[in-house]
Ligand binder design. Structure first.
Ligand code: GZL
Length: 303
């Protein structure tokens, strides 16, 4: 065939090439499972690659999908920049691209059909708004340390910006340290250990994801402090382990970031493979959970 994206492979089934970031966090593994389960349910043939959080591996995977003449390509860009060349190659090959979870900073929005995922700036603002309420009656200073997500990634950039937008409104809030923990438990623990060594009076940890918060909790306890009390913790994602930590009083608030994008992705894939137009932006529904809600919500959590 002309290699144009069309009704699908020889068996009439649509083939989707999915280039995943990696397996760095509980959120990511839940996201992968959601995509794989949804593809099966939708009768879509899935070609899946794990880039171990390296952009060059994601670019290689996309090039392989192009050579294999898949019908649609979807991926979660590990960082925002550096995608225009390979996305142009997909466009020239007539293969439509769907962005899931994370966005790219390409100026040319014709390089992808839609972006399905959360609004990370909103998530950052929700984190800041909880903090502002929590300390409304205190004059401060409130010393904050921040564990950032993967450097250059949309969630790290936007969660930082959204949080800063709110806390910068009141100069009692001071971000005394901010560094990447690369969204992993191990790195989150390591960086929190360093924060604890260089700052004696930390009041709050703002972690861009639960895995780094859970790693940091180990460091805080090993330093003889009480997470959730001596150091309040704000986290993002909403994986089960974070809800358990809230029931133990170790995390104070979790801003949900929904990884269960599989079904929506398959619906968009079918439409795009069929040449139908789709909305340029599909935003995921998600909430905010405080400690008092954790026990009741825990049994309902799907990831
Ligand atoms: C957010 C996603 C982030 C999660 C992390 O949508 O890209 O990557 O917050 C994951 O847990 O590693």
């Amino acid at each position: 065939d002309s290699g144009k994206a069309g009704k699908g492979g020889s068996d009439g089934k649509i083939t989707l090439g999915f280039a995943q970031v990696g397996a760095e966090s509980g959120w990511r593994t839940a996201n992968t499972k959601s995509v794989q389960d949804a593809a099966k349910k939708a009768g879509i043939t899935l070609k899946f690659s794990d880039a171990q959080q390296k952009q060059e591996n994601q670019i290689k995977a996309i090039r392989t999908f192009i050579q294999q003449k898949v019908d649609v390509i979807a991926f979660s860009p590990v960082v925002e920049s550096g995608w225009d060349t390979v996305l142009k190659e997909a466009k020239d090959a007539g293969i439509p691209v769907i962005l899931t979870d994370r966005a790219v900073d390409s100026k040319d929005t014709s390089l992808y059909k839609t972006f399905l995922g959360s609004d990370f700036v909103k998530e950052g603002r929700s984190a800041g708004e909880w903090l502002a309420k929590e300390y409304a009656d205190e004059e401060g200073p409130v010393n904050i340390v921040e564990l950032q997500g993967t450097t250059g990634s949309a969630p790290a950039n936007d969660r930082r910006a959204g949080f800063a937008e709110i806390v910068e409104k009141d100069d009692k809030f001071k971000v005394v340290a901010s560094q990447t923990g690369d969204f992993t438990r191990a790195k989150g623990k390591e960086v929190m250990q360093a924060f604890l060594k260089s700052h004696k009076d930390i009041d709050v940890l703002y972690a861009h994801n639960d895995d780094m918060a859970l790693g940091a909790i180990q460091a805080i306890e090993e330093a003889g402090k009480k997470p959730g009390e001596d150091i309040k913790i704000i986290s993002i994602d909403g994986i089960k382990d974070a809800f358990v930590a809230m029931t133990e009083g170790k995390i104070n608030v979790v801003v949900e970031c929904n990884p269960l994008l599989g079904d929506q992705l398959m619906d968009l894939t079918k439409k795009v493979a069929d040449g139908q137009s789709v909305p340029p932006r599909v935003e995921t529904e998600e909430g905010v959970f405080t400690q008092d809600q954790a026990a009741e919500a825990l049994p309902t959590r799907q990831y």
